[in-house]
Write a protein that binds this ligand. Structure first.
Ligand code: DGY
Length: 323
């Protein structure tokens, strides 16, 4: 019987689906914390046909070598793939499955929420209430910036970027521009977005939303030079991956007023050290990578991840196959 190692307890319905397979042996890590890399290595050395992992597990050459030719599929309960060495999987004929589409709405909703919270200074304002620093109503106290009438720049126009654009249209934005290695006529037409080079996007946008995957090409895509190109009034939002941004450069940009504010759902590293300079800044709001964290979405992500791993070990087409 094929053996599957699952690196975490899954949401209830997906967990039941996983456990109801009579023709598979399922070994599962049940700790609250991620499985250690040593333990994961040991599990694959013992022999597995399929792996169902989270974005916390690194699937690198060492692990794939240890797994050997028995491993048929790596299914990740994420859309992001930066924790998986894709070429190494491809070279060994190991399929990769992920969970696209399942989290598009949840991430788009959180991105808009984070944008509003950042632009309208929710955290700072709530802190003022709690610390007794709430003065009498005053014309300019806690003024932030609104979405309507603004130029929005989306870096990376995949399904999530489009979903954010659709929602932002309802806020009456002035225009939406996007940057990506190549123009995406179909995706951009649905939100009337214009393709521009990244420097144009950075210098023209009032709101900048990072929505691209983390790859070798996008690591530190946004650093000192890029922040310097932005407007001093720019609101910068990252719900993609922390390492796309040079975090030290971001701290400087926020401190010096190079940009107005940042809202981050992702950081580098994660979890962020509580002593991080980012957390000392009033104009930065940090969330703990919760963009996809709705019960509905996490159930869907887990369902697709289970389907992918089961299909892979049974040598059938995956529900969502990357490679
Ligand atoms: C993903 O699926 O890549 C998300 O970052 C998880 O929240």
């Amino acid at each position: 019987m094929p053996k599957i190692f699952v690196s975490r307890t899954l949401p209830p319905r997906a967990q039941a689906l996983l456990r109801s397979q009579p023709d598979c042996i399922v070994v599962q890590w049940e700790g609250e914390e991620p499985v250690s890399s040593d333990r994961l290595l040991q599990e694959v050395k013992d022999g597995v046909d399929g792996l169902l992992v989270m974005l916390t597990e690194k699937i690198d050459e060492e692990l794939l070598d240890a797994a050997g030719s028995r491993l048929k599929v790596v299914s990740t309960m994420s859309v992001g793939l930066d924790h998986i060495n894709k070429p190494a999987c491809q070279a060994r004929g190991v399929l990769i499955g992920n969970t696209p589409d399942t989290l598009t709405a949840a991430v788009a909703e959180l991105t808009i929420g984070l944008l509003i919270a950042t632009g309208r200074r929710f955290a700072e304002a709530a802190r003022a209430v709690m610390t007794g620093e709430w003065p009498k109503w005053s014309p300019l106290w806690m003024c932030g910036s609104q979405i309507s009438g603004k130029v929005v720049g989306i870096v990376g126009l995949g399904a999530i970027g489009v979903a954010i654009g659709e929602r932002l249209r309802g806020f009456g934005v002035a225009s939406i521009i996007y940057s990506s290695p190549n123009p995406k006529p179909t995706a951009s037409a649905s939100i009337s977005a214009t393709h521009v080079p990244l420097p144009t996007l950075l210098s023209t946008s009032d709101i900048i939303l990072l929505c691209c995957p983390l790859t070798p090409a996008t690591r530190h895509l946004i650093s000192t030079k890029e922040f310097a190109q932005m407007k001093p009034s720019a609101i910068f939002i990252n719900t993609a991956r922390g390492p796309i941004v040079d975090q030290a450069a971001l701290v400087q940009a926020l401190r010096n007023g190079t940009i107005a504010a940042a809202g981050l759902d992702v950081t580098d590293p994660e979890p962020l050290d509580p002593s991080s300079d980012l957390l000392k800044l009033d104009n930065c709001l940090v969330l703990p990578h919760i963009a996809s964290a709705t019960l509905e979405t996490r159930e869907e992500m887990a369902r697709v991840a289970v389907e992918n791993v089961l299909a892979g070990v049974r040598r059938r087409p995956l529900t969502a196959q990357v490679l």
